[in-house]
Structure formats: structure tokens, C-alpha cells
Design a protein around this ligand. Structure first.
Ligand SMILES: *Cc1c(COP(=O)(O)O)cnc(C)c1O
Length: 426
């Protein structure tokens, strides 16, 4: 598509957008009496309007049925999570048995590390992307210490080459290969939170297995953003959160994937009664027997109200469809990139340097932009004009047009304000 730098063109793309009515399914914060231009779905997705109605229905069940709600009513709570497994399995490219919904992301990472990180004197290293999300770093460091090793000996971080901002797949694969003698686990994000780089998970999984290591992915920024094929890629495990691109509310419920080849293996795990097969759970017998599939990793009673928000959000997501969303996303983020480059051209200087990969195949919605000058002031100018993004020290603005609720006019507006802020700041 040949883009044009004009409001009319942005409006034309909006008219042609077959997903445009989905914006009406969301509640948009107001600023000076108008909808904000919300480009922060990478941190917290907007609230689907249906959430309130879904929650009211479950509050009514609680009121009317109380304890009976677990077994009776339209949606017995005992099986409530199962309604979400089909849409989620499609979103992550898994079999329904390979996933379940539980806890929160970092907690799930710990639980799966219990199964997939059992270091020996020979194999104890974990390879990860340099500059991974802090919570993942803390989790990994604490797991390593828990097993009696030192993070400085056990963590291998792969960094971009000098003068580059994103990782080359060949460098990741080489680092895995070089450490094949003592690598226990490769843990990577699907998409790096800072740069927005989408990693080649298929290649990483293959290399990790060749090196004799397990491989796990943190999909916080990838789920609901880009197509995933966890089963086909042969990931061993994955974890994600639902409050970013899946719009399931602050601190919303997380999910996990465990590849089916581990179902009948006696992996170590931290157990709880909710991981016991549902048919025998309430016999309250001694001796834990895990349910077959990812549900065998469940620990605690389902948090039904969080799951209800998740269900409302997934119903909207499913109606739009991942394929159509990705198609629009490529166009929308591509348009934003085009507009930012136009600003640089106008000024004959790369004042906004996009560090997210230029190849659409290796990114999702998000663009991470280094501001050459006055970054904080530019960010403030955007905020004062109702454009919500986020700021990462020392000089990066992350802006993520989300195909479910953002428009081409939104990104046009944001780019105009970025341009305007340069003039205002001199
Ligand atoms: C958002 C995010 C988290 C947050 O973890 P919580 O346990 O949900 O607080 C962790 N890791 C990554 C990579 C993230 O992007």
C-alpha cells in the first residue's frame, strides 16, 4: 500500500476498515470531554463494555446460588475456565489440553520453572535475551539461587551487536549452540517489551532442543498481538498475561502452555488440589494425581471474577478474529511508521529513531521510538493533548496502535502532535 500523509487518507483507511465497529465495544478514557488517543494497549488494554454485564451475571450467581454456583446455574464455576480454552488455544496455536488459565504471569513462570529448570552440576545455565523484563530477570535469578547456583555463573544474556538495538536471530542461535554443553533452559520473550522485537520462536526452540535444553517463552507482549504456533514450534512451555493485548483487566488472569509430550512424564511440580482431575477432586483423597494436560499444573481455586472479565474480553477478541486483527495491525503500525519517517524527512534529521525492527514480520503493534532531543517534553506534549503512550528511561517512547480499538486517524493525530512538539520545543 502506498500511504499518504493526510487526514483525508487516514479517514479513508478508517472507512475501509472492516474492524472499525469494534472500537465501539470498548470504554475509552475521556480527556477534555473527548476520547483520549490510547496507544498504550501494550501495558493495559481498554475495558470491553461487556465486562460489566458479564460480571453482574456472575455476581447474581453468587448471590442466588452461593456454594451451589460451583456445580449449578448456566455456567458452573467448576468448568468455567474451559469456555476460554478454545479461543485461547487458537490465539497461542496450541491444542486445548495444552493450555490452562490460572494465577498471574510471574507466579506461573515460577511454577513452570519448577518443572523445566532442574539444574545439574553440568547443565545449569539459562540463556535469555539481554534486557528482559525485570520480573522475568528476578524470577530467573531467584530460581537459580534456590537451586544453589549463582546468577552470574548461570545466566547467559544475549545482547544486540554494538550500535544495534535488536537481536539478530543468528546471534541467538550461535549463543545457544556455543553453550550446548551446559545449557539447561532457553527462556525468551515472544516480543521484547522495550524494543517491540518479535523473536523467531520456531528457530530458537529448534536450537534449544538441539543443544539438549528446554525452551520456554514469555508471551506477555506477543499474545493477542501476533500469530503464535506454540505446538508446532515445539515450545516446551509458555506463560502469558491477559491484561495487555487481551484486554482482561488490571492484574487479570494469566495462562500457561505445556507441550503435550510432557503429559505422561513425571515432571516435578508444585501441586495443589485444583490440579487434581476434576472428576476425583472432591473425593479429597491423599496422594496427588495430576489431571491430564496443562490443567495438572493448576494449584488453587479458580478466581471466577477475573475469569469472567477474561471471558468478556475474549468474546470480543474472537469475534474480530486474530487473522483480521493481524492484517489490520500490519497496516496500522506500517502507517504510523510511515508518518514518523515523514517527520524525519521534513527535518532532514532522524529526530525520531524507531528501534523496533523495520521488517513487519518481526514486530507486532508497538513502535519504540528514541527521541533524539527533548524526549520527556515531547512525551508530555502528547499527554497534554490526550495521547496516551508510555515513557521508558532514558529516551524511549513506546506507542502501540491496537487494531481492535485504534484507528488510522489515531495514529495520524499522534504523529501530527509529535511533529508539532518539535516546532514548539525548537
Ligand atoms: C508485563 C510483563 C510481566 C508482568 O508480570 P506480572 O506477573 O503480570 O506482573 C512479566 N514479564 C513480561 C515480559 C511482561 O511484559
Amino acid at each position: 500500500m502506498t500511504y499518504e500523509n493526510s487526514l483525508e487518507f487516514a479517514q479513508k483507511l478508517d472507512e475501509q476498515d472492516e474492524l472499525k465497529h469494534f472500537r465501539g465495544e470498548f470504554l475509552v478514557p475521556q480527556y477534555n470531554g473527548k476520547d483520549v488517543t490510547y496507544l498504550c494497549g501494550n501495558s493495559l488494554g481498554l475495558q470491553p463494555k461487556k465486562v460489566e454485564q458479564y460480571l453482574s451475571a456472575q455476581l447474581a450467581n453468587w448471590k442466588d446460588l452461593a456454594i451451589e454456583g460451583w456445580f449449578h446455574g448456566d455456567d458452573p464455576w467448576l468448568l468455567y475456565h474451559q469456555q476460554m480454552k478454545k479461543p485461547l488455544a487458537e490465539i497461542v496455536g496450541a491444542k486445548t489440553d495444552e493450555i490452562t488459565i490460572m494465577n498471574s504471569l510471574t507466579v506461573n513462570l515460577h511454577l513452570l520453572l519448577v518443572s523445566f529448570y532442574n539444574p545439574t552440576k553440568k547443565r545449569f545455565k539459562i540463556l535469555m535475551e539481554g534486557g528482559a523484563f525485570p520480573s522475568d530477570q528476578y524470577a530467573i535469578e531467584s530460581q537459580i539461587r534456590f537451586h544453589g547456583f549463582e546468577p552470574k555463573d548461570a545466566i547467559i544474556e544475549v545482547f544486540p551487536r554494538k550500535g544495534e538495538y535488536t537481536l539478530r536471530t543468528e546471534d541467538i542461535l550461535e549463543a545457544i549452540d556455543e553453550n550446548s554443553n551446559n545449557l539447561a533452559l532457553v527462556l525468551f520473550a515472544g516480543i521484547n517489551y522495550y524494543t517491540g522485537q518479535l523473536f523467531d520462536m520456531s528457530a530458537i526452540a529448534e536450537a534449544a532442543h538441539e543443544a539438549g535444553a528446554y525452551v520456554g517463552f514469555d508471551l506477555a507482549h506477543a499474545i493477542g498481538n501476533v500469530p503464535l504456533k506454540l505446538h508446532e514450534w515445539e515450545a516446551d512451555f509458555a506463560v502469558w498475561c491477559s491484561y495487555k493485548y487481551l484486554n482482561s483487566g488490571p492484574g487479570g488472569i494469566s495462562g500457561v502452555f505445556v507441550h503435550e509430550r510432557y503429559f505422561n512424564q513425571d515432571l516435578k511440580r508444585f501441586a495443589g488440589w485444583w490440579g487434581y482431575g476434576v472428576d476425583k477432586r472432591f473425593l479429597m483423597t491423599q496422594g496427588f494425581e495430576p489431571a491430564n494436560g496443562a490443567e495438572g499444573w493448576q494449584v488453587s481455586t479458580s478466581p471466577i471474577l477475573l475469569m469472567t472479565v477474561h471471558k468478556a474480553a475474549l468474546d470480543v477478541f474472537e469475534k474480530a478474529g486474530l487473522e483480521k486483527l493481524r492484517k489490520k495491525s500490519l497496516l496500522l503500525t506500517g502507517y504510523f511508521e510511515f508518518l514518523i519517517k515523514q517527520i524525519n524527512q521534513k527535518h532532514n534529521e532522524e529526530l525520531f529513531m524507531i528501534i523496533t525492527p523495520a521488517e513487519p514480520k518481526w514486530r507486532g503493534c508497538q513502535l519504540s521510538i528514541i527521541c533524539k532531543r527533548n524526549g520527556q517534553a515531547i512525551f508530555d506534549h502528547l499527554a497534554q493533548n490526550g495521547v496516551i503512550g508510555d515513557w521508558r528511561e532514558p529516551d524511549v517512547i513506546r506507542l502501540s496502535p491496537v487494531p481492535l480499538y485504534n484507528s488510522f486517524t489515531d495514529v495520524f493525530r499522534a504523529s501530527k502532535l509529535m511533529d508539532e512538539s518539535l516546532a514548539a520545543l525548537g
